[in-house]
Design a protein around this ligand. Structure first.
Ligand code: SF4
Length: 224
């Protein structure tokens, strides 16, 4: 499937404009946020709403302000720490393995990105977050929410699993690579997914993308 360059440029510009006025502010997005804060927040954000994580985040960071402190926690400690976010034992076990690894590595990720992706907890999403925040590479934070916005605006993917869909992966990469603001654009799409292009009731009537949106065209323009 080819990607319409005009739509891509329009999408980037409109979403960034929207973000300037409507973007959410979270502690892990602060300019001063350390790499630890950036990565550990992404771990906590998986499967939990950003607002819920934001409420709990100061307490978590007070107890575990660094990889070293996190690495000193037992697996049971981490189970207790993740409970308020509804994250289960399995996740705590994986976080425990990552924390141990990072403590042993004195808080430094391996220099080879492939080795990073093989560490516990470092699935495709967190590895992309590592590339974006630690290596400053333009990598997409492609999760189900970002996928929903991209698929509605451009066109649907073919495969059920977003991690393996070549069209969606390529689209997300191009959107984030072809901008001067990869971090902001990632955050903008995630905020837009949460506030406008919602899973159940997308707010199409107030959407800045509607004039070129495929979903909007099919559902509201081309209905006869
Ligand atoms: S017009 Fe509707 S479906 Fe399309 S991007 Fe906007 S909110 Fe999402």
């Amino acid at each position: 499937m080819s990607i319409d360059q005009k739509k891509l440029t329009f999408f980037q510009a409109k979403i960034l404009d929207w973000f300037k006025l409507n973007g959410r502010s979270f502690p892990w997005r602060a300019k001063s946020a350390s790499n630890y804060i950036r990565i550990i927040s992404e771990v906590l954000l998986q499967r939990t709403k950003a607002e819920t994580v934001a409420n709990y985040f100061p307490k978590f960071i007070e107890i575990y302000p660094s990889w070293r402190r996190l690495g000193e926690a037992s697996q049971v400690d981490l189970e207790i720490a993740l409970k308020p976010l509804g994250l289960h034992k399995q996740r705590a076990a994986r976080l425990f393995r990552l924390a141990q690894d990072m403590k042993n590595r004195k808080g430094r990720f391996p220099s080879n990105p492939k080795k990073v992706s093989e560490m516990a907890m470092m699935g495709q999403y967190i590895t992309n977050a590592y590339e974006l925040f630690v290596l400053n590479k333009p990598s997409p934070l492609l999760d189900v929410n970002m996928a929903r916005v991209l698929e509605r605006f451009f066109e649907p993917r073919k495969l059920a699993d977003i991690r393996y869909d070549p069209y969606l992966q390529n689209l997300a990469r191009r959107i984030i690579e072809e901008t001067q603001y990869p971090k902001k654009l990632n955050w903008a799409i995630l905020d837009f997914a949460s506030r406008i292009c919602k899973a159940r009731m997308p707010r199409c009537s107030e959407c800045v993308l509607s004039s070129l949106c495929s979903y909007y065209y099919v559902n509201y323009v081309n209905i006869h």
